[in-house]
Write a protein that binds this ligand. Structure first.
Ligand SMILES: Cc1cc2nc3c(=O)[nH]c(=O)nc-3n(C[C@H](O)[C@H](O)[C@H](O)COP(=O)(O)OP(=O)(O)OC[C@H]3O[C@@H](n4cnc5c(N)ncnc54)[C@H](O)[C@@H]3O)c2cc1C
Length: 315
């Protein structure tokens, strides 16, 4: 976390292997074997292997347990069949981690296994999907008898849901969105206000201050989470609170920047103010309430699992 804070404060570029470092690495620390950690983590840290997360399917997003892609037993491993979608960075990544149904007869959340696979292996086809900004940010992945050796099962066979929830808690509440990212953006927002803000208008100034305070409150909360984990605690449903905070903060922070910039905000690319950074950041921020589990789902988790309210009417 401290490294990330310094990294963002230095204005360093976006990390190429985010899904590996922030999502799979903590999962391997919790559920992987010594052999997997030794084999995969150093290559991941050097970005020799760039990883993609392959959970979502055309009929399984919020309802992740509805996944239909299967892994069928084969000599020394598993054969993958099916389709994944919205897999960030899969267009250029080397490897993927995903959930596959290994026991079709089991209840929905059981019979799933967490598997690692090679995105360039025989039987794997990657089809890029352009994002709102035109970049091929994510991709569909098709599996047609792609082989995965037993060494690439993370955790127990048929126990993948538990492993996936460990990844999701990190994604929502600790590693994916470093407080350093938002504190640095909030500092840039204060700087923008100093350059273009109108001191006689209180409302935009208040929003700048709100964004800065929220970024720093999120930082303190994340330090609290890290302390709790160091003392033997675990990450659980409270991660959903963090996810709401960082995703809504990112939208509010960028909306405020666009408001300060007025009509000029619409200029994109190098001709835009601050190199078009605020506009591209705003477009990406709109995805925050969707990825890592939508904010509606986070509110369901908070209502049911933290506040103990009755379960909503869903499957
Ligand atoms: C930028 C971006 C990057 C992504 N990267 C990845 C990735 O790398 N790997 C990956 O596997 N996936 C990725 N995703 C996919 C993401 O996880 C899904 O889009 C998300 O889980 C929602 O699933 P869905 O799109 O199928 O929408 P649906 O589940 O169909 O939801 C549609 C709407 O209904 C609401 N809804 C659904 N169920 C409920 C409910 N029970 N209660 C209340 N509201 C509900 C949702 O909140 C949403 O507003 C990415 C998405 C985006 C936008």
């Amino acid at each position: 976390m401290i490294f990330e804070e310094e990294y963002y404060a230095a204005g360093a570029p976006a990390r190429v292997s985010q899904n590996g470092i922030f999502l799979l690495a903590p999962t391997l620390f919790a559920h992987g074997t010594e052999e997997q950690r030794a084999r995969l983590l150093p290559r991941m840290a050097r970005a020799d292997d760039v990883w993609a997360q392959a959970w979502s399917e055309p009929e399984a997003g919020s309802d992740l347990a509805a996944i239909r892609s299967v892994a069928v037993r084969a000599d020394g491993g598993w054969l993958l069949r099916g389709q994944k979608t919205w897999s960030s960075r899969a267009t250029y990544a080397d490897k993927g981690f995903g959930l596959f149904r290994t026991d079709p007869t089991a209840e929905r959340h059981r019979g799933l296994t967490y598997l690692l696979f090679d995105l360039r292996a025989a039987g794997v086809t990657v089809r890029p999907i352009p994002q709102l900004d035109g970049e091929p940010g994510f991709a569909e992945i098709f599996f047609d008898e792609a082989f995965v050796p037993d060494a690439d099962v993370v955790g127990e066979v048929d126990q993948g849901w538990r492993v996936a929830m460990s990844t999701a808690s990190n994604e929502r509440g600790l590693t994916l969105r470093s407080p350093g990212r938002f504190c640095a953006a909030a500092d840039r927002l204060v700087d923008l206000w100093r350059r273009v803000g109108d001191a006689s208008e209180a409302a935009p100034a208040d929003r700048v201050v709100d964004a800065w305070i929220t970024a720093h409150a999120y930082r303190l909360r994340t330090f609290g989470t890290a302390t709790r984990l160091l003392e033997g605690g675990t990450l659980g449903p409270e991660s959903s609170v963090d996810k709401l905070v960082w995703s809504e903060l990112d939208v509010a922070l960028h909306e405020t920047a666009l408001e300060l910039l007025g009509a000029e905000a619409e200029l994109s690319g190098p001709d835009g103010p601050d190199g078009g950074r605020w506009l591209s950041g705003y477009l990406f921020s709109l995805a925050g309430p969707i990825y890592a589990g939508t904010n509606e789902i986070q509110r369901d988790v908070i209502a049911e699992r933290l506040l103990g309210l009755p379960r909503g009417d869903r499957r």
